[in-house]
Each structure stands twice: as C-alpha cells, then as structure tokens.
Design a protein around this ligand. Structure first.
Ligand SMILES: [Zn+2]
Length: 451
C-alpha cells in the first residue's frame, strides 16, 4: 500500500481530515484540516486547510516554515487512552471464553503472571507497546505482575518506545502465586518494592511515565495491604488502581472476607482508597449507595465492556452512572478483554447498551458514535486528571495523535468517504485491524502502526 511520508519528530504540520472531541463539549469535524505541531511536540494550531493563505487563522506564525505531511484521505483523531490492561496476560488474549472470573484467573492468568520475570518482560513489553500503538492507543494504564524487576523492564520498554504509560506492580498478600515469600514479609516487601519503583519511574520524561500503586483486588489483598497501599499512593501523589465488583462470585467472596464492610465499595473506602487518583476497573455490580459514594469521592471508573461480555461478568448501567456524575473512561482489560483495540471495546459497549435497552427496558439514552470516541480519548484523559494535556486535538495540548485510514472500514470499495458521526460509526462498528496507520506521542512517531 502506498504510504505518504509520515513525520517522525516534531515540528511538522499534518494535512488530513480531523475528528476530535472538544474540551468544551461536542466534537469538531474538518474534512480538510491543518494540524500544526511545534518543536516541543505541542499542538500549536488547528484550522481548516486553506491553500491560499499560509498563516490564515493559525495561532502559530512559525508554522508556515514547517514541513507539511499530506495524509489525505486519512483522518487524524486523538490517541486513545486505555484505562485498564494487564501486560503479562497478553499471550492469553482470546483464550478462556466461557469461564467465570475466578476459574479463568486460576487456569490461564496466574500461570502466566507467575512466569512474568524480567526476561519474559523484556521480550513481551516492547512488543506490547507496539501492539498498543497499532491499536490506536497512545496512553496505556497497565498492571504488571508481582516481580519488581519485570516492572522495571516494562517501564524501560515504554520509555524507549514512546508510549505514554501508567504501570504498577501487582500487590497481593492473599490468593497469591508467589508462595516463596514467607507470609509475614509479603506486605512489607510489596510496599518497599512499590515505593522503590515510584522513586525510579514516577514522573519520568516530563510525566510521560507514571506509577500506579496496584493492589490486585479485595479477594487477594488483606485490609492492611489495601490500607497501606492507599497510604503510599496518597503520600507519593501516584495513582491507586484495583478491581471492583466485576463478577458476582467475586463479590460473594469479598463479603465473606470483609464482613464488617457495608458493601464492596466500602472495603476500599475504609482503606482510604477512594478519590480522584483512584481507578476502579469494571465496577459493574454496584448498589445505588455505592454509585453515589464513588461519584461523591470523584473515584474514576475504567469501563471494560469487551471483557465483561467475554467472561460473562455482567453489564454496566452506563446511563445510570453518567446520571450520577461518575467519571468514566474505557479499558480493554486485555486479556479478559480479547483485544487491545479500544474501538473494539466501544463496539462491545455500544452493543451492551443496546442490549440493556432492548431486553431490560433501560430507559437511558445510548451514546452516539462520537460520544463513544470521547469516552475512549478525552474522558480517559479526564479520568487520569490530564485532560488539559491530552485527549483531544486542540491547540495547546500535547500532540498525542493517531491517523486512521477510513477506506479500510468501508463495506465495499468505491463508496464516498464518510464524515463526522458516520466516520466514527464505521471506525467502531467496522473497525479494521490495520486502520490505524500512524500514532504519535508529543509529536514523536510510535513504532507499531503500518507494520
Ligand atoms: Zn483487570
């Protein structure tokens, strides 16, 4: 396939169609746009393309001298923000359909994570970074495994590749797969290793790499571990990520382990784990009290609809959650989600919401395709508290961008190109594995898309 020259480093100007959510609400569609990226990798101007006017309504006068990459008929979008993925689990993606969560963990996942040492991470993490970029993801929030050196290898891979990443060492002092450590030192060791990793990696490369303190979930963590890990995240200003109410068997087990708690959410609340820097994956089986409490504390939700259907975990009442004011982004949850693409997650989410409406008379409005795109980009950035920096293609933001080839999403060749809502619809409902042709973080091109 003929490829236009794709800029590797800033500064540059892209000429392409543009589809992006806007910070002020709604979206912007330009069939022929100029997107200017300055030396620092920031978007310095976004305008409708005008051949006869080198400066036009551009905000950046220096842009006139920059190389222009004509990517038409491709479309530029913001890079996707994946709020929930498991790096060691990638090799099992697509396997284990039909199992429930706890059986799937025992059979497929713990053996993989047990083997996720430094050398495995050195092999897998660079390929994973390329695969995320190929899927259109420029920011990935990842769980590692329990072994500290493998997390260093994961950060090293993201640092070299250019992906924006939030990574954490999994913490478990119950239902764990590393019985070599004596019981009485597990908590202390896990906290010390997490703190050391924070010291080495959190904030690296001007904040491109961030750390998330990562207790796996209440089934595999004692109350002490939840509390101490939340205190570590608060003291260091890092994220705190865990799983919440993914599966009904899991919920039953949590009620057995924490009989004093009002409900599952209260287990994390009592540990000091709720708040705007906390990301709860799934959060499907929640009472109204829990929904209100999560909203009141500003706790972030990683919605993982492909995973929830794959493991038959349940369905999120997304409309109800929006009504409560929850801050929600999207997660692939690879490998409980079978793929890395957030476009696939959007499709699973849209079908889930249609199913709720058709079968259970859910009265809430379903999202439009451009609203799903927002959930996968700008809302994900908001969940991470970095919506001023990334998540949309607007002047002043860092140039975390993707370029997609819409022709690959058409059902037959020769159709007229889609615009705006139709383009978003085909990217979601007819997503093609090769449709992301280029990806950049801060204007630096990422390896992965296009081979
Ligand atoms: Zn998960």
């Amino acid at each position: 396939m003929i490829q236009p020259p794709i800029p590797e480093r800033p500064p540059f100007t892209l000429r392409a169609a543009l589809l992006t959510p806007l910070a002020a609400g709604g979206y912007r569609w330009e069939p022929d746009a100029g997107i200017e990226v300055d030396e620092e990798g920031r978007i310095s101007g976004v305008s409708a393309w005008r051949d006869d006017d080198a400066t036009g309504d551009r905000t950046d006068a220096a842009a006139a001298d920059r190389p222009v990459a004509d990517l038409r008929p491709w479309a530029v979008l913001p890079g996707m923000v994946d709020l929930h993925a498991h790096l060691p689990q990638l090799p099992s993606a697509g396997l284990g359909a039909g199992l429930d969560l706890l059986t799937w963990l025992e059979r497929y996942i713990f053996p993989l994570e047990r083997d996720f040492d430094r050398s495995t991470a050195e092999r897998l993490a660079p390929a994973a970074c390329r695969a995320f970029a190929e899927a259109g993801t420029t920011t990935a929030v990842m769980y590692g495994a329990v072994f500290e050196p493998s997390i260093d290898a994961a950060f090293e891979a993201a640092e070299a590749h250019g992906l924006r990443a939030v990574i954490g060492k999994v913490m478990m002092d119950r239902l764990r797969y590393d019985p070599s450590l004596p019981e009485n030192v597990v908590l202390e060791t896990s906290l010390r290793q997490s703190a050391d990793l924070i010291g080495r990696w959190d904030g690296r490369d001007g904040g491109r790499l961030r750390y998330a303190v990562t207790p796996r979930f209440a089934v595999s963590c004692s109350g002490d571990m939840l509390r101490e890990s939340a205190a570590l995240a608060a003291a260091t200003g890092t994220y705190w990520q865990t799983h919440l109410a993914e599966d009904l068997h899991e919920c039953t087990e949590v009620y057995r382990l924490f009989p004093e708690a009002l409900d599952y959410t209260d287990v994390y609340d009592r540990a000091g784990g709720l708040g705007p820097r906390s990301i709860m994956a799934h959060a499907i089986h929640l009472s109204d009290r829990e929904i209100e409490r999560l909203a009141e504390t500003g706790t972030r939700i990683a919605h993982c609809p492909a995973s929830n259907l794959f493991l038959a975990s349940g369905t999120m009442r997304l409309g109800r959650y929006f009504e409560a004011g929850l801050v929600i982004g999207l997660g692939s949850d690879v490998s409980a989600g079978p793929g890395l693409s957030l476009f696939d997650a959007m499709r699973a989410g849209a079908y889930t919401q249609n199913g709720l409406r058709a079968m259970l008379n859910d009265p809430h409005r379903t999202l439009s395709p451009t609203e799903w795109l927002r959930l996968g980009s700008l809302d994900g950035a908001r969940a991470l508290g970095i919506e001023d920096a990334i998540g949309s293609v607007e002047a002043g933001k860092e140039a975390d961008l993707i370029a997609v080839d819409p022709s690959l999403t058409l059902p037959v060749p020769g159709l007229a190109a889609d615009a705006a809502e139709d383009l978003a619809s085909r990217l979601i409902f007819r997503a093609h594995p090769a449709m992301v042709r280029a990806a950049w973080v801060r204007g630096r091109r990422l390896d992965g898309p296009g081979g």
